[in-house]
Write a protein that binds this ligand. Structure first.
Ligand code: ADP
Ligand code: MG
Length: 132
């Protein structure tokens, strides 16, 4: 069993899709082992996305991620990181495979409804960002 971090982003919490996303994840055999609702400060959002420092979309991304509540959760499954990336689909929903969460509910390349860790190392770091 391994663990990864998923965040339900403000576009999805605002559209009352928390339950929908959790249901999708549970049906895909992920176990929710930690979950909370938080409002990110600008400082925290910048820290979380520090890897994107210098990218043209960073300022708007930080504004978006602090615009409403987010729901970070720790998910457990075999091959959790890679299976979750498959389950959420491509960053740009226009390129996301049919049946993925982003294909189904994402609004655009920025407001793409969910975040998922991209490696086991980053999963550990990102889980530590929200949970003990
Ligand atoms: P992912 O979330 O699929 O791992 P990235 O790590 O590349 O994608 O980007 C982090 C987040 O930044 C994306 O989920 C999206 O919200 C936003 N983003 C990425 N690329 C763009 C872009 N070209 N324009 C606007 N927002 C973007
Ligand atoms: Mg990423």
């Amino acid at each position: 069993m391994s663990r990864t971090l998923l965040i339900i982003k403000p576009d999805a919490t605002n559209r009352n899709l928390i339950g929908h996303v959790v249901n999708r994840l549970e049906r895909a055999k992920f176990k929710v082992v930690e979950m909370r609702m938080v409002r990110l400060t600008e400082e925290k959002a910048r820290k979380f996305y520090a890897v994107h420092e210098g990218k043209p979309f960073l300022n708007d991304l930080v504004k978006f991620m602090t615009s409403g509540p987010v729901v970070p959760m720790v998910l457990e499954k075999e091959n959790a990181v890679t299976d979750l990336r498959t389950c959420i689909g491509a960053t740009n929903p226009a390129n996301a495979d049919c049946g993925t969460i982003r294909y189904e509910i994402a609004l655009d390349i920025e407001k793409n409804s969910v975040h998922a860790s991209d490696s086991d190392d980053n999963a550990k770091i990102e889980i530590g960002f929200f949970f003990e």
